[in-house]
Design a binder for this molecule. Structure first.
Ligand code: SAM
Length: 221
């Protein structure tokens, strides 16, 4: 999916090369203020018991496990294209004693019925998709949300200053300039609106050692 992707595949793995996947949690924890931005995203989401939530591009299930820990009465489903990262996620969930359903699949063909989730969340994921896949994925997200359902996303945005742009540059080289373009231009929230989502809002912004992250929310009317 990224221009110049090193391995033939339909998705860009967590750290681009599958052999690096076991190091993903360490890298994100050390460089991305992971605990802080995921806590803030979940504070904004305010998931309720009885609700069903989907984590798209769930990776090693860190966010999905935290969702279940915070709201044991909710149903938590995580989707990812990579069976290796899902195996790590399943092991982590079992160790944490958390019941989360982890499904292998592509975000641009979500294997769920229409209006089947109260909320969709996603972190550090959209910058792994090219422009067309971002658009298709967002239409799929809208489809699986019930009317009134909410989307909460955390991902790279336009760098806050030249230092943040310099820190983000290695991410762009590593993951690919094409897939990260909409993020660094600040275009992601416009894509939410273009997919038919409403009340698009930037709720927070954080500087990290890998560039500037934003937290956005939107809603299906
Ligand atoms: C950088 S990781 C983020 C993982 C997790 N959301 C987090 O915050 O720790 C991006 C994930 O997206 C997954 N991915 C990439 N393209 C995908 C697609 N088209 N459909 C589903 N998952 C995809 C990768 O396998 C990877 O696990």
């Amino acid at each position: 999916m990224a221009s110049g992707t090193a391995e033939p595949q339909e998705f860009l793995p967590a750290l681009r090369f599958r052999r690096l996947t076991p190091y993903f949690d360490h890298v994100v924890r050390l460089t991305m203020r992971e605990a802080t931005f995921k806590r803030r995203l979940l504070d904004g989401l305010a998931l309720q018991p009885g609700e069903r939530v989907l984590d798209v591009g769930a990776g090693t299930a860190t966010l999905a496990i935290e969702l279940k820990r915070r709201t044991p009465g909710a149903t938590v489903v995580g989707l990812d294209a990579d069976p290796d990262v899902l195996a790590l996620g399943r092991a982590k969930a079992a160790q944490a004693g958390c019941e989360v359903e982890l499904v292998e699949g592509l975000s641009n063909a979500l294997p769920f019925p229409d209006a089947s989730f109260d909320a969709v969340v996603s972190t550090l994921f959209f910058h792994h998709l090219d422009g067309e896949a971002k658009r298709t994925t967002l239409r799929q997200v809208r489809r699986v949300l019930r009317p009134g359902g909410r989307l909460h996303v955390g991902d790279f945005t336009r760098p806050a200053d030249p230092l943040q742009a310099a820190l983000n540059f290695p991410v762009r080289v590593f993951d690919g300039f094409a897939v990260t373009a909409d993020n660094v231009s600040g275009g992601l929230p416009h894509l939410f609106a273009a997919a038919g989502l409403e009340d698009v809002r930037e709720r927070d912004r954080l500087r990290t050692a890998m560039g500037t992250l934003a937290l956005w929310s939107a809603r299906r009317r």
